[in-house]
Write a protein that binds this ligand. Structure first.
Ligand SMILES: NC(=O)c1ccc[n+]([C@@H]2O[C@H](COP(=O)([O-])OP(=O)(O)OC[C@H]3O[C@@H](n4cnc5c(N)ncnc54)[C@H](O)[C@@H]3O)[C@@H](O)[C@H]2O)c1
Length: 457
């Protein structure tokens, strides 16, 4: 039985703990929690069904002595330190995306890996989503020949997108901004779909919707710094959900982690609109867009190749109710309580804000109007009409992808012809596109990854 510990007992840790207590209980047991906040660690004691030892960050190395594997699900800027210390202590690591937020973090993890033999897994769950896996399979099978270019647009809506402007994600020093925190998923997908590595990045973007200047410009008037404003679609009611209340509101007096800051308040240092061009070593290029205040949520990808083109269109939430975040949480929590078993771990509030965490039958907002929730993949080879390729849909979060990811995490990847399991090289290749993008935003010029002084494996 392997001993699993957890650093960062916020929302995301729950998926891994539930899996360990449920379908993977034969493989190991949870042994300890580490966090800055006692209330959040106590929350996880209740889920574990018994109090486990709690460690504050200064005692992390002590916790490692009791562990064979550590789940790193803490704030993004803490990943590099926790990952590298675990590796140096001979403890296997499963780290949430992004692997780290900057160049120094990539170097730190790289050096720690040289020193020992433990394993590092980076959990890129989007790879396991059936529609994204199908894309990889079609390209690998040569259906569109050699890939020449990609267009990729990711739309975050005014529920999920807004949530990045309420708490630590709004601070670039804590999250790396959306080019690292969020786009790491998307840059990884493209690296993996193409089987290629990025070479050069040019980015433009800014804070054009959230934040006080934009609020003033649009005449939004004075707003409280946090909390619920009656009838306001941007405010979040922490009291509307048991988990939000217990994890965040009840613990905020301990460390000042405020979960419901107004998205138009001061202190936001990240962008909400981003356009990026990426050039790949193999010659392909990508035009990528991320915006965080769309009226619907989903993504569109088109991949052009020498033999044809694939288009993937995904609508995860067709529209946002005028009641905003709090109503999305209420509806989705009710649905997930009925539908989700341990094998498909319970969708947590932070993720309920994220519609991709729900299966299609759990849609938080009923379809209405001309945009329907769903995904469609079209393959069109030269000289042939387009065909729709059916997307297999699994049960649970991310189209069944979360359940497959957990299988790999606990039982190990075996014989996966799509090579979904990711480690250091993939974690670094994805993060570095975001890091180079941030550098490009700062300097206004294109940034070659080799100029960063680190060669990608
Ligand atoms: N793959 C996905 O789809 C997905 C979804 C959500 C979150 N995530 C990732 O999971 C991680 C956690 O996100 P979350 O939504 O649970 O955030 P969260 O804010 O709910 O949890 C973060 C936890 O880290 C703790 N923390 C902060 N500083 C710390 C420190 N120095 N030492 C130890 N603990 C510290 C906080 O107290 C908090 O409990 C992030 O890296 C995020 O990017 C991934």
């Amino acid at each position: 039985m392997r001993r699993y510990s957890f650093v960062g007992t916020g929302s995301r840790a729950q998926m891994y703990l539930a899996a360990l207590l449920g379908p993977y209980a034969d493989l190991g047991r949870p042994v300890a929690f580490c966090d800055t906040n006692e209330v959040r660690m106590a929350y996880y004691d209740r889920i574990a069904g018994a109090p486990l030892p709690h460690y504050f960050p200064d005692a992390y190395d002590e916790m490692l002595k009791q562990s064979d594997v550590v789940f790193v699900t803490s704030r993004d800027d803490t990943h590099a330190d926790y990952v590298s210390r675990a590796l140096l202590a001979g403890v296997d690591v499963v780290v949430e995306k992004p692997m780290t937020i900057d160049l120094a973090g990539v170097r730190q993890i790289h050096d720690a890996l040289q020193a020992g033999t433990p394993e590092l897994t980076v959990t890129f769950n989007y790879r396991y989503s059936p529609r994204n896996a199908l894309m990889r399979q079609l390209i690998a099978d040569g259906e569109i020949g050699e890939v020449t270019s990609v267009t990729f647009e990711w739309c975050l809506d005014t529920v999920h997108g807004a949530d990045y402007f309420r708490r630590w994600h709004r601070d670039k020093a804590a999250s790396g901004g959306l080019l690292v925190h969020k786009a790491t998923h998307h840059f990884d997908l493209v690296n993996w779909w193409l089987g290629d590595r990025p070479e050069v990045v040019f980015a433009r973007g800014g804070l054009r919707f959230y934040g006080p200047d934009n609020a003033r410009r649009r005449g939004l008037g004075t707003r409280p710094a946090r909390g619920l404003i009656d009838g306001d679609p941007f405010s979040l009611d922490l009291a509307s959900d048991e988990k939000l209340r217990e994890l965040y509101r009840d613990g905020e007096h301990l460390d000042g982690y405020i979960r419901d800051r107004d998205v138009f308040s001061d202190g936001i240092t990240i962008e909400d609109n981003l356009n990026v061009v990426v050039g790949y070593r193999g010659g392909a290029s990508m035009s990528y867009t991320l915006h965080a205040h769309c009226p619907w949520e989903g993504y569109r990808v088109a991949i052009n190749g020498t033999a044809g083109r694939i288009e993937l269109d995904v609508v995860e939430r067709p529209h946002v109710s005028p009641a905003g975040a709090s109503s999305a949480i209420g509806a989705a929590t009710a649905a997930s309580k009925v539908a989700v078993a341990l094998a498909e771990p319970e969708a947590e509030p932070a993720e309920v804000l994220d519609p991709s965490a729900l299966s299609e039958s759990e849609s938080a907002v009923a379809d209405a109007g001309h945009r329907q929730r769903g995904s469609r993949l079209l393959l069109q080879r030269h000289w042939e009409p387009a065909v729709e390729v059916p997307i297999p849909e699994g049960a649970g979060g991310h189209g069944g992808g979360d359940a497959m990811l957990l299988h790999d995490v606990f039982r190990g990847p075996s014989g996966d012809r799509l090579s979904r399991h990711a480690g250091f090289a993939d974690g670094a290749a994805s993060v570095l596109v975001g890091v180079a993008g941030n550098e490009s935003l700062r300097t206004g010029t294109a940034v070659y990854l080799h100029e960063l002084g680190l060669s990608l494996p």
